[in-house]
Design a protein around this ligand. Structure first.
Ligand SMILES: Cc1cc2nc3c(=O)[nH]c(=O)nc-3n(C[C@H](O)[C@H](O)[C@H](O)COP(=O)(O)OP(=O)(O)OC[C@H]3O[C@@H](n4cnc5c(N)ncnc54)[C@H](O)[C@@H]3O)c2cc1C
Length: 480
């Protein structure tokens, strides 16, 4: 089977790697791999502290993905030779005022519905777990099963693993799905996925400045353009549009589009099946977020846990890496694709709140401010499933795209293998289409099994048993 994947963020690459491992001939298309949210993210894998009122349908999928992460990380490290810094350290959620403490108690009710370990902590007990906590902290809860990974190394490792598995990478923007020379097409273009909404005519979305470099300073793989192994042998895959020479240069079209301030593929066309009547809508919107990357110098002490909290009602998190990097995040707003404005205020707020929880942060070196765009959907659930017999969506992962890498790769692998019941109906990418259409597309129905690997604890969740949890989600929008 020949598979074209649109988007070389971590979701697209993980899908590609998995598909190539099962023998498919895979080509990933992206004008600038790693320019999306995947290299900005903090890297929390947090089925407990990322559970939110109104998003209960995500719980079992998050749980399954979190459980799959240790094995996924080991496999990725073996395939790439990189250490992805999978950290099995607990997460603390703490507050500094009575109102913050009350908010944590409210959240803890929801955390407990995950059927995972959640322990209440007094202030003294919290400081015992995390000695760097401020004396202002009023206690909170401990979530020992939430973890973290370094998302930049994960992206690098996926590029290497995919290449070694025979995946081809074309540094070009996809504008017309019907023109892709493939039996199956997977849309994994993050915020760019909305470009593939429409009715076969040109469709466009907001603008993105040409600054696509944020978050790409890590251990980046250079010259990452490679041919699919099967295609090299057979000569079967052509240079789409003839504009890419394998030099790693960005396409003419992509560069021009960026110069115009458009997002990659801003003139993308739908019609993945080649059917002029094909139509779908992928309502992915960009939710902007800034994070800070700091670094402990010399023998400065580092937090030994992931610290999350509320400071005067505002959420904040501090994620520490083995390397001494400390990530503080995150702001959340919706101002289109603007990486440049509002960063001074975001830096000020994030630092002030982080220092209130962990005063030592003030002593660290500020390495980087990066801004990314979470691919959000109207109900905050991802869009994973069939759009038509040739086209699959794997996008809209919003705040949890790193956590959901393993489950998404497994779900798409199952779809590609013909198991249309592999994905929860709640993620049906066509669920937002016009009234009268039943929820659950003509291609997807109730899930049979959500992921094929590592989902052994998901069935134990109270959320999984269909407990209805509804509340205002707006209070939780800003935390990852
Ligand atoms: C500040 C911040 C903090 C976050 N923290 C966390 C966290 O702690 N844990 C967590 O799980 N998640 C976190 N996230 C969310 C996570 O980063 C995203 O959900 C995830 O990275 C989405 O991955 P993706 O591969 O779908 O999209 P992206 O990484 O955005 O990649 C999309 C790719 O598609 C390409 N593309 C777009 N249009 C086209 C086209 N027409 N043709 C070809 N290619 C195209 C782009 O160039 C890009 O490379 C965070 C996000 C932000 C912004």
């Amino acid at each position: 089977m020949r598979i074209a994947i649109v988007g070389a963020g971590s979701i697209g690459l993980a899908v590609a790697w998995r598909a190539a491992q099962s023998g498919a001939e895979v080509v990933v298309h992206d004008p600038d791999p790693g320019s999306g949210a995947s290299r900005v993210a903090a890297g929390m894998i947090a089925p407990v502290t990322e559970s939110h009122y109104g998003e209960e349908a995500l719980g079992p999928f998050m749980a399954a993905s979190a459980d799959a992460w240790p094995g996924f990380a080991r496999a990725l490290e073996a395939a790439s030779g990189l250490d992805v810094d999978f950290r099995d350290v607990p997460t603390l959620v703490v507050g500094v005022e009575d109102g913050d403490r009350a908010e944590i108690d409210r959240q803890a009710e929801l955390y407990r519905l995950t059927a995972r370990n959640v322990e209440p902590l007094t202030a003294r007990a919290a400081r015992k777990v995390e000695p760097l906590l401020s004396h202002k902290v009023r206690g909170g809860v401990l979530a020992p099963e939430d973890r973290a990974v370094d998302p930049r190394v994960v992206h690098d490792a996926l590029l290497i693993a995919a290449e070694r598995a025979g995946v081809g990478l074309r540094t070009e923007s996809v504008e017309d799905l019907a023109a892709l020379d493939a039996d199956q097409v997977v849309i994994a273009a993050g915020c760019g996925s909305a470009n593939f909404s429409g009715t076969g005519a040109s469709a466009s979305m907001g603008s993105e400045p040409g600054d696509a470099g944020a978050g790409k300073r890590g251990t980046r793989v250079s010259g990452a353009e490679f041919e699919p192994r099967a295609a090299l042998a057979s000569g079967a895959v052509s240079e789409a549009g003839g504009e890419h020479s394998g030099t790693g240069e960005r396409s003419e079209r992509g560069t021009d589009a960026e110069a115009r301030g458009e997002s990659p593929g801003a003139a993308a066309r739908v019609g993945g099946s080649g059917d002029p009547d094909a139509r779908w809508s992928l309502p992915v919107r960009a939710v902007r977020g800034a994070v800070l990357r700091l670094r402990a110098v010399g023998d400065q002490p580092l937090p030994r846990t992931t610290v999350r909290g509320f400071v005067k009602g505002h959420p904040i998190y501090i994620v520490t890496r083995e390397s001494g990097e400390v990530v503080v995040g995150a702001s959340s707003d919706e101002r289109g694709f603007d990486r440049r404005t509002g960063t001074a205020g975001a830096v000020h707020d994030l630092l002030r709140r982080a220092i209130e929880l962990v005063p030592e942060i003030a002593e660290y070196h500020l390495d980087e401010v990066s801004v990314g765009f979470r691919p959000g959907t109207p109900d905050n659930l991802p869009l994973i499933g069939r759009l038509d017999p040739r086209t699959i969506a794997a996008t809209g992962h919003y705040r949890n795209g790193i956590a959901l890498i393993p489950a998404t790769a497994s779900a798409v692998a199952a779809l590609l293998a013909g198991n249309e019941r592999a994905v929860p109906a709640a993620f049906d990418p066509r669920r937002f289409e016009g009234a009268g259409r039943p929820s659950g597309s003509r291609f997807a129905s109730a899930p049979e099994s959500m992921v094929t690997a590592g989902s052994d604890t998901a069935g134990g969740s109270r959320l999984d048993r269909g407990l209805s949890v509804t509340d205002d989600i707006s209070t939780q929008e800003a935390d990852s």
